[in-house]
Design a protein around this ligand. Structure first.
Ligand code: C2O
Ligand code: CU
Ligand code: CU
Length: 502
């Protein structure tokens, strides 16, 4: 008789123990099921593809003319052909390059089975040339935007922006770089031989399903989080280095993933440029965080004969459940193979370019931008609603907060902006230059100073949105119009008033 209560206690204790262990294991398992870490496991067997420089010619009117042709193809990332889309090829597109002051024209031909657009991310240009969702290109049609390049030297990029379909078009492979040169802000002492000591590094994550790309979104509301890294469309890539210093133009061309780039041996390097141009001075660091759409130009010094691995370490997302959104993931990205004897490179200059601070005073208007779950200021994108109206060249302070637990960022079309404050204090050095996309960690306040475009257009707006493309397609986007004095907003043609397919 006396043993019975003790037996019961033992049974209950055992059950509680088993449940606790299973519960903890279950929670840990849930948090980990999606995690991936390839650091140290990648054998770099494929030579890095370098996107070709796009050919161009100067026409009778003195304009530099490029042609881009978007079409389906089959691309070999390094493990057999996969169905993809590309510009002038099977995957990604050529690097366009133009000099400040030039008039450029790009004839964009749509050889895809559906409507698309091409947006010039980071470019200062009229809204009608910007390639947002209001300027669709029908299958078989050609769109020929033209504009005058008028901004400092920078690493920009281009990609489709069709309403509600951007994530899929970019994921299939439609993206490329657009480099701007400017005698006044290019800085000759930086490595600048394209493909030799100035290397484009377009980083994307993909999931493969045999000879197809896998489009299944993650279960955590971030869209596709790929488990495999491709650089310039190459799996497990290496790049031979023949000079003492090499410049990497890093683009996070992924749909959703945030990277924290670093070298495997944690060596420091110089961050010399961000989205909209070079920094005032090189910033010595050992890591750089890039959310989707952001760029960084870095210069790293190598030793003769060494092999140096560029990695992405688990990114500091600043989100409480960050590991659900890739915050615990790590990747090997690219191996740099230094030749046994290296050509000397010039020393890095102490100063690079002038980055004059945009002036703010008591009269500068302030606007609040709150990032929510698929919303901006609690609204979902509506093609026929104008969310903000600005005068040409207006300067505003934008206070940006992420009220959602997930990682988000903010990209503004047609401009470069400056981060004035982060949580009320001066931003870190890596946010001290020109930006057009900024990571917005939950519950922090980013104060941006934005100088809006000088080009007025009463009909076609510019976009601002989260560059996690799944969020953008879900409606996390808004639009502003630039109106000249006396102009008023003109309704957009009915054709464009459809809703997104979210
Ligand atoms: Cu890179 Cu609105 O986009
Ligand atoms: Cu853009
Ligand atoms: Cu987002």
């Amino acid at each position: 008789m006396g043993a019975r209560p003790r037996t019961w206690i033992a049974i209950v204790a055992a059950v509680v123990l088993v449940c606790c262990v299973a519960g903890v294991a279950g929670v840990v398992g849930f948090l980990r099921w999606n995690e991936v870490d390839t650091r140290g496991d990648v054998e770099f067997v494929n030579r890095l593809a370098i996107p070709p420089l796009a050919p161009s010619h100067v026409d009778e009117q003195g304009r530099r003319v490029f042609d881009l042709h978007a079409a389906p193809g089959r691309h070999d990332f390094g493990a057999g052909p996969v169905a993809t889309w590309g510009f002038d090829g099977d995957y990604l597109g050529p690097t366009l390059r133009a000099t400040r002051g030039e008039e450029v024209v790009v004839n964009v031909h749509n050889g895809l089975p559906e409507e698309t657009t091409v947006h010039w991310h980071g470019m200062h240009l009229p809204a009608s040339m910007d390639g947002g969702p209001h300027t669709p290109i029908a299958p078989g049609a050609t769109w020929s935007p033209q504009w005058r390049v008028d901004q400092p030297a920078a690493t920009l990029w281009y990609h489709p922006h069709p309403h509600g379909r951007t994530a899929e078009h970019v994921y299939r492979g439609l993206a490329g770089l657009f480099l701007i040169d400017d005698p006044a802000t290019s800085v000759d002492a930086l490595p600048h031989r394209y493909g030799v000591d100035d290397i484009p590094v377009v980083v994307q994550d993909r999931n493969f399903d045999g000879d197809r790309l896998d489009f299944a979104p993650s279960l955590v509301g971030m869209g596709i989080l790929g488990r495999t890294i491709v650089v310039n469309g190459t799996l497990a890539p290496y790049q031979e280095v023949t000079t003492e210093r090499v410049r990497l133009r890093l683009l996070n061309g992924s749909n959703s993933r945030v990277y924290q780039f670093a070298f495997a041996d944690h060596r420091s390097f110089a961050l010399v440029g961000t989205d909209g141009g070079l920094l005032a001075a090189p910033v010595t660091t050992d890591r750089v965080l890039l959310s989707p759409g952001e760029r960084a130009e870095i210069v790293v010094t190598v030793r003769p004969g060494e092999r140096l691995v560029l990695r992405s370490d688990p990114p500091a997302l600043g989100a409480p459940l960050g590991r659900l959104f890739g915050g615990a993931d790590g990747f090997d990205v690219l191996e740099l193979r230094a030749a046994s004897s290296l050509e000397p490179s010039p020393a890095l200059p102490d100063r690079l370019v002038e980055v004059p601070a945009l002036a703010v005073d008591a009269a500068t208007p302030t606007r609040t931008v709150r990032l929510g779950d698929s919303t901006i200021n609690n609204k979902q994108m509506d093609m026929s609603r104008i969310d903000a109206t600005l005068a040409p060249g207006a300067v505003e302070v934008w206070r940006v907060r992420n009220d959602d637990g997930k990682p988000h960022n903010l990209h503004i079309h047609g401009v470069s902006f400056q981060v004035r404050r982060l949580d009320g204090t001066a931003p870190p050095a890596h946010l001290s230059g020109w930006k057009d996309t900024v990571y917005v960690a939950p519950e922090r306040e980013y104060e941006l100073v934005v100088r809006f475009p000088t080009y007025a257009d009463p009909m076609i707006p510019y976009m601002y949105h989260c560059h996690v493309l799944y969020h953008e397609d879900q409606g996390m986007m808004a639009q502003f119009l630039v109106l000249a004095p006396g102009q008023s907003a003109t309704p957009m043609p009915a054709h464009h008033r459809h809703h997104h397919h979210g």
